[in-house]
Design a protein around this ligand. Structure first.
Ligand SMILES: NC(=O)C1=CN([C@@H]2O[C@H](COP(=O)(O)OP(=O)(O)OC[C@H]3O[C@@H](n4cnc5c(N)ncnc54)[C@H](O)[C@@H]3O)[C@@H](O)[C@H]2O)C=CC1
Ligand SMILES: O=C(O)C(=O)COP(=O)(O)O
Length: 524
């Protein structure tokens, strides 16, 4: 018997295929109500209310999949899920229209004071002059985050005769052209928009994207909307600018803490609120519940899932086998990125030996995410690594080879960049760990961890001694050191490991020596 816990309220019609399956036992209760049985469940279905934490993963020892009947997964600890080998899926487009419509309803209500006017008429007041509104027509609408919902809002705004300003660092030219918008900088959006609405996920980069400082850059009398996630507009910053009159009004569907008990924002007459209703329509709820139900059924049937957030089609067993290569690949990507501080056009990965029999596409994504994570300031994971690479004009490929270099398994990554290429080879030795066994044409053998220094130099007497002296003069202790060369008196390399990071002056000093070709400091 398979046990599924549905911890938030969901459309029964959408859940029906799960409820009908004879081999599946569906329990519709809050996590807290089944505390002693948590270890039984194979699948967990949630909306935004249930917090799926590391602690919960530890208790749900049999858990294989979390299905989010909605878009935002900020209530789920994805890293912990990945660590525990639990697949996370969502229903990415089931509530797009409902949320876009709700945002539009909020915008119209905000500018025409509909909620406030409604209350007064019902209290037998007839005060028409108190509720003079503002037209949407001709106004500039700034959309921060131009994904599914942002795009639907733009379509509706155009019909209302609004000008559209978009800020989304990942918006491709193609998509922008297709929808007929142009991407601007955040500052351009802030200074030119009459109304600003946010539609990003809540992540490190978007938390407080509208805050005391950025709101100060907006037009006086700006209207702000948040129907995405509490925290994207910093509440303290918003309160500051509502108090000083800079912000004319705000419409909020979401809050930093939900429900927003004793939240000062509720005291402002020009702030209108709803209790996280963006996705609360019959249609959206049916869509999202049906989508996650189908995905969970597929997954439990051993079929691939289509909208996973972390580790797409991996079972726990396969995940366990892949894990050592996952970590090795991530580190290799990171090392290569730090050694190639130039624009890169291509990353080519080759698999040899037993690793080639595993799900290499996943390992490739891990390598790419290590590579990109070291050079972009956004969160990169195995799911978005391919998309981010493409967006940045980096092509990537993987190849299985039947070469036999003598290793039980071997990963080789070749990176092609502006006037520079770089090759790194790594292996995982059972019970021993990760080893880097080749750099460009050189054989070497080191454990990729901590603070490393990679030096290319001429194979001449005294070079190693000079490096040792410079480090010694700076009181830097060498933990381990490997050297390699192709031929006597030719090119050579050193890889040194330290207990602490090196400062730039030291690497520049070493790089200044005639017989040293390049010095690269690597922190893992
Ligand atoms: N109030 C509600 O009930 C609902 C709220 N939501 C929220 O709306 C959010 C957006 O949903 P979708 O449009 O479906 O997601 P999406 O993934 O299609 O779009 C998000 C967009 O944000 C952009 N983005 C990421 N980082 C950014 C940054 N630093 N600056 C600017 N843009 C950035 C992405 O490139 C992407 O285009 C969800 O993450 C969720 O939190 C979604 C559905 C219902
Ligand atoms: O889909 C989303 O991101 C939402 O915010 C909807 O949340 P809910 O499922 O209504 O709790």
């Amino acid at each position: 018997m398979i046990h599924v816990l549905v911890s938030d309220s969901m459309s029964s019609e959408g859940l029906q295929p799960l409820l009908d399956a004879a081999h599946i036992n569906v329990v519709q209760k809050k996590v807290e109500e089944v505390d002693h049985e948590l270890h039984l469940f194979d699948a967990l279905l949630v909306r935004s209310a249930t917090k799926v934490t590391e602690e919960l993963f530890e208790k749900m020892t049999n858990l294989k999949i979390v299905g989010r009947a909605g878009v935002g997964v900020d209530n789920i600890d994805i890293e912990a899920a990945t660590k525990h080998g639990v697949v996370v899926i969502n229903a990415p487009n089931g509530n797009t229209i409902s949320t876009a419509e709700h945002t539009f309803a909020m915008m119209a209500s905000l500018l025409r004071h509909i909620p406030q006017a409604n209350v007064t008429v019902k209290s037998n007041e007839w005060n028409r002059s108190a509720f003079v509104g503002t037209e949407l027509y001709g106004k500039s609408l700034g959309i921060i985050g131009f994904g599914r919902i942002g795009g639907e809002i733009a379509k509706r705004a155009r019909v209302f005769g609004m000008n559209i300003l978009v800020f989304d660092p990942f918006l491709t030219k193609d998509r922008a052209e297709k929808i007929g918008v142009s991407n601007c900088t955040l500052d351009e959006l802030l200074t030119n928009a009459d109304i600003i609405t946010v539609h990003t996920p809540l992540i490190k980069e978007t938390r407080g994207i509208l805050n005391k400082e950025t709101i100060a850059k907006t037009k006086k009398g700006v209207y702000l909307l948040n129907c995405a996630r509490g925290g994207i507009i910093d509440e303290a910053g918003l309160i500051h600018h509502l108090e000083n009159g800079h912000v004319a009004g705000a419409a909020l569907d979401v809050f930093e803490v939900e429900p927003p008990v004793n939240n000062k924002l509720l005291k402002f007459d020009n702030v209108i609120v709803t209790p996280h209703l963006g996705a609360s329509t019959k249609e959206a709820q049916l869509n999202v519940a049906a989508q996650v139900t189908q995905e969970v059924l597929n997954f439990l049937d051993g079929k691939p899932v289509t909208s996973s957030i972390n580790l797409p089609t991996l079972t726990k067993e396969l995940f366990d086998k892949i894990q050592p290569f996952y970590h090795l690949a991530k580190k290799m990507g990171n090392i290569v990125s730090q050694c190639m501080k130039v624009p890169v056009q291509e990353v080519a990965i080759q698999y040899e030996g037993s690793v080639a029999e595993l799900e290499t596409s996943f390992i490739t994504k891990a390598l790419l995410s290590g590579f990109l994570g070291a050079r972009v300031d956004i969160t990169v994971n195995e799911v978005n690594a391919g998309m981010i690479a493409k967006e940045r004009g980096i092509s990537f490929s993987e190849k299985i080879t039947s070469n036999n270099s003598g290793y039980e398994n071997l990963l080789e990554v070749k990176v092609f960049g502006d006037n520079q290429n770089f090759v790194l080879r790594g292996t995982h030795v059972p019970h021993y760990g990760e080893r880097i066994v080749g750099i460009n044409d050189f054989n070497i053998d080191f454990y990729p961890t901590g603070h490393l220094l990679y030096i290319q130099h001429q194979d001449k007497p005294g070079v190693i001694g000079r490096v040792g002296k410079v480090l010694g003069d700076h009181e830097v202790n060498i933990a381990t050191m490997q050297v390699g060369r192709k031929e006597k008196g030719g090119e050579a390399i050193m890889m040194l490991a330290f207990d602490r990071p090196l400062d730039d002056t030291l690497t520049s000093q070493l790089a200044a020596y005639d017989d040293i070709v390049s010095v690269k400091s690597i922190d893992l």
